[in-house]
Design a protein around this ligand. Structure first.
Ligand code: DC
Length: 229
């Protein structure tokens, strides 16, 4: 029996901008559970490849980079997670738009996904895990007790991202963000390995018209229903 079957897991999958990141952080805080941001691992692979001068087309070399990622996720006293790659703090650097696009490209490589599989499963530690990603419920943690799939229209997701960037003082174009979201969706949903899709038993929520608090309430209710809290 995989050791992850002994640990309570809630998976939250969905496209970029569906609110997964915020929901997962809040869930982990409220439940007192660990958090896996699996997208960060694909972003870290893309950034490490960039640091080593490896092209995103060089699948063989990227696979090696993914298998040997030297990364630490450090939690400080405020519960914020600091990400250190090869000794350098990259918490903000991996959030760059270019790294997101490159992450989507490396994530379509079967060897990269395989190389990161066990590393993701190692996050399943008691008292429990909130797993944020695209294939958490379908591939990485098929035994999870509760599976959630968050969606929202591409326009709403682009608007959320636009507002987020503007509030950080970063100039942005809504039109460019929407085009990027659509092409990332296309790649994430149509790749041959682990495409983005809800697990058959997932609770599917369209968050287009929902606030973070409303989404959180529904997920916490489902968790209660399953005896997870
Ligand atoms: O969630 P994010 O934007 O940080 O993810 C970055 C990219 O990584 C995204 O385009 C798809 C990919 N990804 C994936 O393929 N599987 C996951 N479990 C998480 C992310």
């Amino acid at each position: 029996m995989p050791t992850t079957e002994l640990v309570s897991i809630i998976t939250v999958d969905g496209p970029s901008g569906s609110g997964k990141g915020t929901i997962c952080r809040r869930l982990a805080q409220q439940m007192g559970w660990h958090l896996l941001d699996s997208g960060a691992l694909y972003r870290l692979t893309a950034l490490a490849a960039h640091h080593h001068g490896i092209s995103t087309e060089d699948e063989e070399s990227i696979k090696v980079v993914a298998a040997h990622l030297d990364v630490q996720f450090l939690t400080d006293h405020t519960n914020d997670i600091k990400i250190v790659l090869e000794g350098e703090e990259v918490t903000d650097a991996i959030r760059a738009e270019k790294i997101g696009t490159d992450a989507s490209v490396v994530a379509s490589m079967p060897g990269v996904r395989q190389a990161l599989l066990q590393r993701q499963r190692d996050f399943a530690v008691k008292p429990g895990l909130i797993a944020d990603g695209r294939d958490m419920g379908t591939v990485v943690f098929p035994e999870a007790r509760l599976k959630v799939y968050l969606d929202a229209s591409a326009e709403e997701r682009a608007t959320r991202r636009y507002k987020q960037l503007i509030s950080k003082g970063v100039s942005a174009s809504l039109e460019d963000i929407l085009a990027d979201i659509k092409s990332r969706d296309e790649r994430d949903m149509n790749r041959t390995v682990s495409p983005l899709k809800p697990a058959p038993e997932a609770v599917i929520l369209d968050t287009t018209q929902m606030t973070i608090e409303e989404v959180l309430e529904v997920v916490l209710d489902e968790a209660k229903h399953k005896g997870l809290r």
